[in-house]
Design a protein around this ligand. Structure first.
Ligand SMILES: [Zn+2]
Length: 175
């Protein structure tokens, strides 16, 4: 899937609106799987001096789990983007571009592939840790463990984080 930029190629300097939807594969972010709602990109594009300018908003919702309590946690992604794509067939294209860069920063014909761009934008926007809410207190037993002093009680409470983990593992297996 790609954005059809043929109109812009034929008519430089003129702006054309676009909306584009794609789905991103789940990503392993620091050992946590993050899933995404369908990604919507909308904005406009135009050609100027042989380069394609694409700008607009990208929105989706990322789903993972709270780093403190392990409950499901969402993160709304809203990104303003302004990207420039070079013509991949331009022989004067800077040779410093790596193939990976070309994948993201070049257009090759009338179909502009933006999935790689979208993935990069979204991943860079994600928080290091997801939280179910700003002031999540974490797993109850675990918090009390650090505050408490009684050894027997502590041993009991220490097991609760693991039981929470176990429940999550069981849930995963059912899927
Ligand atoms: Zn939480």
């Amino acid at each position: 899937m790609a954005i059809d930029i043929s109109k812009a190629l034929r008519s430089p300097e003129e702006r054309f609106p676009f909306t584009y939807e794609l789905s991103l594969p789940a990503q392993d972010i620091l050992g946590e799987m993050v899933h995404f709602d369908p990604v919507k990109m909308e904005g406009d594009f135009y050609m100027a001096e042989g380069k394609l300018y694409l700008q607009g908003q990208l929105t989706t919702v990322a789903h993972s789990r709270c780093s403190k309590c392990l409950n499901p946690a969402d993160y709304p992604v809203n990104i303003d983007f302004h990207e420039v794509f070079y013509n991949a067939r331009d022989k004067n294209l800077d040779e410093e571009f790596l193939p990976d860069d070309l994948d993201r920063f070049a257009y090759d014909g009338p179909q502009l592939a933006v999935d790689h761009l979208a993935l990069t934008l979204v991943v860079l926007d994600l928080p290091i840790r997801f939280l179910c809410q700003e002031d999540c207190k974490g797993i109850e037993g675990a918090t009390e463990y650090y505050l408490g002093t009684d050894t027997d009680q502590n041993e009991l409470k220490m097991q609760r984080p693991f039981s929470a983990l176990q429940q999550l593992l069981n849930k995963d297996q059912e899927v």
